[in-house]
Design a protein. Sequence first.
Length: 268
Amino acid sequence: MSNGLPRPVTAVIIVAAGSGERLGYGMPKARVPLGSDTVLTHALRGVAAAGVARQICVALPPGDTVLQELCETFAEELRAGHDGNPEAQIPLMTTVDGGATRAASVRSALAALLDGTEVVLVHDAARALAPESVFHRVVDSLAAGAVAVIPTIPVVDTVKTVSPTSGDDTTIAPELVTGTAPREELRSVQTPQGFRLSTLLQAHQAALGFDDKQAAAVTDDAMLVELLGVPVHAVHGATQSLKITTPLDLIIAEGLLEGPLGIRWVEG
Ligand code: C5P
């Protein structure tokens, strides 16, 4: 449900250039089968169904002709699906070569956005089942004036900080608890994350000066924007936006697609 405010000109970047090593499939994660399709096809469907994008730009593993063809086929399906409805906006599908890190893949896609783009949503292909409602909440928040907005869900586990034990204590246990984070203030962060384009460009420009250790610590785009001192807002995410990372995640995603209750039971 839209908040009724005019929506800014929006591009969606899908980062799909990861190796997927932790999934253990021996192929890039975007290519891994999920139900009767691939992880990337599900992610593309979600973005297209949300209907917020003027452009969808996918960062792919360089030289991956299988995923390149998958994107071209999807673009044809989009055009065919809009036949007979000249009013409908068909998003322009583009692809770029991803980089060695997630941030480098985002930068590569940022450089390929159409002139006139006002806001950009950065989405992990690995969150293939993110529902339309989350895209709408993020874009509505940008339309209402947010410069940066992320979808989150409450943390259910108690979260503690630890440090490695040393000396004789290593025989007792490998780690020592150093504190307990206040759970009511903690959120798990998901994608799509939305930004004014100029702000995200500035944040990624600043990150080019990072050393290797700082660069390795960058796990999402919002943290780069936080470093600029720009406020980052949070809207409600969704349970089914889980990031498919391990074999267990894939089993859960398959269950969401094929289970007796269908994917709707966790809509939120
Ligand atoms: O590896 P990680 O879990 O951080 O990956 C999150 C998302 O970033 C995935 O969709 C993956 O394909 C993408 N990625 C990328 N380029 C990289 C590394 C990850 O596009 N070099």
